[in-house]
Design a protein around this ligand. Structure first.
Ligand SMILES: Cc1cc2nc3c(=O)[nH]c(=O)nc-3n(C[C@H](O)[C@H](O)[C@H](O)COP(=O)(O)O)c2cc1C
Length: 179
């Protein structure tokens, strides 16, 4: 898919519904060596931190992707057109530990422009990131008692901040333009 770079200042999307309904694909590792993994994510944020455009993602230690997030310096977030929801369902329900789920999803890994982690050819939005911070959630700091119920096996997420290095989009609406 053809995509153009969008300056951070112009970047725009329906943030909540993309995270909640469209989902994103988090991919971490190194495209050149073939060492990478991807998983679907639905929790996170995009904004500004430490003077930089940034994203925040959360990964449970039980995920295979967790190993890549700790070992490698970069990751990407991809948003896909609705027809790829089935692929995202697969990448979000099976582990790369057990099979080559990326090949089975039918999505096509490609080299990113600025970072070692791959992107995907079918993506309508690609956000290339450099890891700048991580921290494990501390359940003693949960202020809403309902939050603990989301962790029945104590598999508390590790949060990662990524500095956004570049954003590429196929749709002008991501650059704040109406169609
Ligand atoms: C819609 C959706 C959203 C998800 N969001 C997250 C998330 O934000 N963090 C997380 O750790 N797992 C999340 N998951 C679960 C992982 O994608 C899933 O466990 C995946 O199979 C892990 O793959 P891996 O073992 O290859 O890393 C989500 C799954 C789906 C379907």
């Amino acid at each position: 898919m053809k995509r153009e770079q969008i300056p951070f200042e112009r970047f725009s999307m329906e943030v909540y519904s993309v995270w909640a309904d469209r989902w994103l694909l988090l991919t971490c590792g190194d495209y050149a060596s073939g060492q990478y993994n991807a998983m679907t994510i639905g929790w996170g944020s995009i904004g500004r931190m430490w003077q930089k455009p940034f994203v925040h993602v959360v990964v449970r230690p039980s995920r295979y992707t967790f190993e890549f997030m700790n070992q490698y310096d970069t990751f990407t977030l991809c948003v896909f057109p609705p027809q790829y929801q089935k692929a995202l369902q697969l990448l979000g329900s099976e582990s790369g530990r057990d099979s080559n789920k990326i090949a089975r999803s039918g999505l096509t890994p490609i080299a990113s422009r600025l970072v070692a982690a791959p992107s995907f050819d079918e993506a309508e939005l690609i956000i290339e990131c450099r890891k700048i911070y991580w921290q494990d959630f501390d359940p003693t700091h949960f202020l809403d008692p309902k939050t603990e119920a989301l962790y029945p096996s104590g598999d508390y997420h590790r949060a990662y901040f990524g500095e956004i290095m570049a954003i590429f989009a196929a749709d002008a609406r991501y650059a704040g333009k109406s169609k």
